[in-house]
Write a protein that binds this ligand. Structure first.
Ligand code: C2E
Ligand code: MG
Ligand code: MG
Ligand code: MG
Length: 283
């Protein structure tokens, strides 16, 4: 395969590349084929109401079934997709697949819920994002209120003017906006104020949630409690990410956290399993 790409490629392979570098190189070229060969798949992870413990939404998370490497995590290939620009094509596929799927579930009579997709930092700032989203909504006939976008905190902090105008446009269409991985960036608490009526929901990063404890209290308890209060003050909902224990759930309930997502209730699961979960309730 390397040989077919030319002499230089072959040399890189055989001389100096270690296995990690080789893997990276191979991933990049294989990623180009992954789309055509249907190796990409969306998993869905339910989000639950803390109060009712009902499913109130889901996050679509991409998986790549690689023929040699097995299941490759998005943490490994999304950065490569961004670097090479393939994120545009892959992003289109993700949006289309999630919206088609959601519409199909609604048409089949399952409870209607919003589904979130993750927008990469790079993609978020591209000019044709809005057109692309509008096209897909029209094509899939999904009501925009059932599409949510997650954008990581760090990519919302630069370029305020541009960022705000994109957020405002998205909201005008009726799409809800989540600030993902909150707490890992450097937004000051006062800068959060400027996102009032621009961000609908804050997702507190799992690095804080997995340290919540009654016996081993550190800054995470205080941070989580404070952020939930501030978010509510700014008319935002809060999702706690990475909830794994009932102790964490109980603490979050005490803090009036709205929604949770985590292995305690469900890992991300393939579409057919998710449909069953939606239809029949909890496992
Ligand atoms: P994220 O958007 O913050 O997604 C949450 C990650 O936490 C997911 O990992 C999920 O499987 C994991 N998670 C959920 N609950 C728990 C828990 O209770 N415990 C633990 N330990 N982990 C939990 P995943 O699916 O590997 O995704 C990792 C990151 O890759 C995502 O972070 C997101 O930034 C990116 N990503 C995933 N899918 C997409 C996509 O379709 N498009 C883009 N642009 N990025 C994606
Ligand atoms: Mg996310
Ligand atoms: Mg996150
Ligand atoms: Mg993350």
């Amino acid at each position: 395969k390397a040989k077919a790409k030319g002499k230089n490629t072959y040399q890189i392979f055989t001389s100096s590349m270690n296995i990690e570098a080789y893997k990276l190189f191979a991933l990049e070229s294989d990623l180009r084929k992954a789309l055509e060969l249907n190796q990409l798949e969306l998993y869905y992870q339910p989000q639950y109401s803390v109060g009712t413990q009902q499913i109130i939404g889901a996050e679509a998370l991409i998986r790549w079934n690689h023929p040699e490497w097995g299941l490759v995590s998005p943490g490994e290939f999304i950065p490569i997709a961004e670097e090479t620009g393939m994120i545009i094509e892959i992003g289109k596929w993700i949006k289309e697949t999630a919206c088609f799927q959601n519409k199909a579930w609604q048409d089949a009579g399952l409870p209607a819920i919003p589904i979130s997709i993750n927008l990469s930092a790079h993609r978020f700032l591209q000019k044709d994002l809005l057109e692309n989203i509008k096209d897909i909504l029209a094509k899939t006939k999904l009501d925009p209120k059932y599409l949510q976008v997650e954008i990581v905190e760090t990519s919302l902090l630069e370029n305020e003017k541009v960022v705000f105008s994109i957020l405002d446009e998205l909201r005008k269409i009726g799409i809800k906006i989540f600030m993902d991985d909150f707490g890992t960036g450097y937004s000051s608490l006062s800068s959060l104020k400027r996102f009032k009526k621009r961000i609908d929901t804050l997702k507190i990063d799992q690095s804080f949630i997995n340290k919540l404890s009654r016996t081993n209290v550190d800054g995470s308890n205080f941070f989580t409690k404070t952020i939930i209060e501030l978010a509510h003050h700014l008319e935002m909902d809060v999702v706690a990410e990475g909830v794994e224990t009932t102790e964490q759930l109980e603490i979050l309930k005490e803090y009036n956290c709205n929604h949770i997502q985590g292995y305690l209730f469900s890992k991300p699961i393939p579409a057919d399993e998710f449909a069953a979960l939606l239809k029949y309730g909890r496992f």
